[in-house]
Design a protein around this ligand. Structure first.
Ligand SMILES: [Zn+2]
Length: 284
């Protein structure tokens, strides 16, 4: 599942293949503004949260941004030899006349738009600080208070608060903090919110160039690593918790119905500070 670390690694992998190259044999399906890419030069390749952005430039035409968001299933491929294009391919091009063919398949979003429109872009303008950049954690905390998501699981997934964390890191960060996913935001203090994002950022940083995602890093995960575990709870429903031996549980949570994994013993429901809110964890 692509999260901020995956897109960072993707940008690192694609950059040497496309940077400074002129795009040729461009082929795109259902992509607004795509004709611009033919003959355009790639100026930068960068990740912003889960978005991959290439700034492109062509003589005599205003600069554009080529954006892909892989969603749950998208992927980029590099092909040395031509091959048939499956209908799932949204973008294909050569970087330079003799370069390999690069393809993006099954992506959730592909578009080309004017660079000057970036500050008003509906998906990018609202994004919070990129956790893989030099972010200010106080800014993230104040955005969290402003947005006021329903609980800690929603907090970590909300890309308008901070960009980069997805469902795997959400589950793992909350386990590492010993916090129940349904804890209301009103029940935790600012220092706790800051710690959650700092731990998430440290995990993204540690994973950005790894081929396999590992969230059992640091002293918290020493025992898990002895058992060869890459994750504490994610994908482990019904299996024993490495810390307490209890059974990991899973529930579907949020508008996109993504699974939340947690350990009921290590992440007990905490009392809410707000008497008007329902008991924490009552819905799980
Ligand atoms: Zn446990």
């Amino acid at each position: 599942m692509p999260e901020g670390d995956t897109i960072y690694a993707l940008a690192e992998r694609l950059r040497p293949q496309v940077l400074g190259k002129v795009l040729t044999d461009v082929w795109l399906r259902d992509t607004p503004g795509a004709s611009y890419l033919e003959g355009a030069e790639v100026v930068t390749v960068r990740a912003w949260g889960k978005h991959l952005l290439m700034d492109v430039r062509a003589d005599g035409r205003p600069d554009r941004v080529f954006r892909t968001h892989l969603g749950m299933t998208g992927r980029w491929q590099t092909l040395r030899r031509p091959a048939r294009r499956h209908p799932s391919v949204r973008v294909a091009f050569r970087a330079g006349p003799h370069g390999p063919e690069l393809r993006c398949a099954d992506a959730a979003q592909v578009e080309v738009f004017l660079a000057r429109d970036l500050p008003r872009h509906p998906a990018l303008a609202r994004l919070g600080p990129d956790l893989l950049g030099a972010f200010d954690v106080d800014v993230v905390v104040s955005r969290a208070r402003e947005r006021d998501p329903v609980d800690l699981a929603a907090l970590l997934l909300d890309q308008t608060i901070a960009a980069g964390l997805g469902n795997v890191f959400k589950c793992e960060v909350l386990f590492r903090a010993g916090l129940h996913p349904a804890t209301p935001l009103a029940a935790v203090d600012d220092a706790t919110i800051a710690r959650l994002f700092e731990d998430g950022a440290a995990l993204l940083e540690a994973n950005k160039l790894r081929s396999r995602r590992v969230t059992t890093l640091g002293p918290t995960g020493a025992r898990a690593r002895v058992h060869g575990m890459d994750q504490f709870v994610y994908g482990r429903a019904g299996r024993p918790c490495v810390r307490c031996g209890g059974r990991i549980r899973v529930t579907r949570q949020g508008p996109r119905v993504r699974p939340t994994y947690w350990c009921p013993r290590c992440q007990p429901a905490a009392p809410s500070r707000d008497p008007n809110l329902p008991a924490v964890g009552s819905g799980l």
